[in-house]
Design a protein around this ligand. Structure first.
Ligand SMILES: [Zn+2]
Length: 299
């Protein structure tokens, strides 16, 4: 390859890159503006402005549901799509930050319930992004109906069908340019519950980011966790796994579950090495309490 060809290739590559190295990332709205718009609002589709959480990580979701945009030098990854009604709001937030929708290359999700994946099909259509999921999420994502093994089967509205482009497994990494997001299978809240971890930096400060899935033992009225010992064993293993993650900044699909807004407001530190362990401990207490309640009702 001649020097001229190499120079041309470099020029073409740089002109295609969504964010050239060294380009400062957009700020989004201030935390104060974000919190003011979401004050006393926690609806799944309540519009929120885009806010930078840390480094290259933005919340582009609604006041009640987190949707994360992780920005890379060869495209971006979107984690969760909230509700069908929220999809256009999420797309508008990405554009409001100054990004083009087709810079979103991958969509991944936490778990296959209406409030977190209902908007995925529309966001896939708007961005052209590929969708990566665990095998346990696939059927619900592609049919829009929660599966029968889900403790919440029958409780959720159906949602638009998405197209799964890639199946990922526990411990696998989604690589895109300078991004590398690791998948952690954390079944329990839903069979396909999935947590994600990666490193993000802000200046010289780098943090282990964890988007830990919901861990609440919630079910339809006729479901008993104690009738499914294998499912409960997997649930407990998920809590152990989350507790053991290298974790500085915890983010959860429902912001209140990890007191995200209180931390953004400065009422508690945004980063804490104990965050994932405390989160898992709380989930464990609730699961064990639920199992005890089921046993009492049996007698
Ligand atoms: Zn859920």
């Amino acid at each position: 390859m001649s020097v001229r060809t190499i120079a041309l290739a470099a020029l073409l590559a740089s002109s295609c890159a969504p964010a050239a190295a060294g380009t400062p990332l957009p700020e989004g709205v201030t935390v104060e503006q974000f919190l003011a718009q979401c004050q006393d609002k926690d609806g799944w589709s309540d519009p929120a402005p885009p806010v930078r959480l840390f480094g290259n990580v933005y919340d582009v979701g609604t006041c009640g549901i987190v949707s994360l945009l992780v920005v890379g030098n060869e495209g971006h990854v979107l984690l969760d799509g909230a509700t069908p009604e929220a999809a256009p709001l999420i797309a508008a937030n990405i554009q409001r930050l100054g990004f083009k929708l087709d810079e979103v290359k991958w969509i991944v999700t936490s778990h296959e319930h209406f409030d977190h994946v209902g908007g995925v099909a529309e966001l896939q259509r708007l961005t052209g992004a590929k969708l990566a999921a665990r095998a346990e999420q696939r059927q619900a994502l592609e049919t829009g109906v929660v599966g029968q093994t889900d403790p919440q089967a029958g409780m959720h509205d159906p949602f638009p069908k998405a197209r799964v482009d890639r199946i990922m497994t526990d411990g696998e990494t989604l690589a895109l340019g300078d991004l590398a997001l690791t998948l952690h299978a954390t079944p329990g809240h839903a069979p396909g519950s999935t947590s994600w971890s990666w490193r993000s930096c802000e200046g010289d400060t780098c943090r282990s980011m964890v988007f830990a899935d919901s861990i609440s033992a919630v079910s339809s009225d006729n479901y008993r966790f104690s009738n499914h010992p294998d499912y409960v064993a997997a649930f407990r293993a998920s809590l152990d796994k989350i507790a053991a993650l290298d974790c500085d900044i915890l983010i959860t699909p429902h912001p209140a579950a990890s007191t995200l807004y209180e931390r953004l407001a400065g009422e508690a530190p945004l980063a804490s090495k104990e965050a994932c362990r405390n989160y898992a401990d709380f989930g464990r207490e609730r699961l064990e309490a639920r199992l005890q309640t089921e046993q009492k009702r049996k007698r």
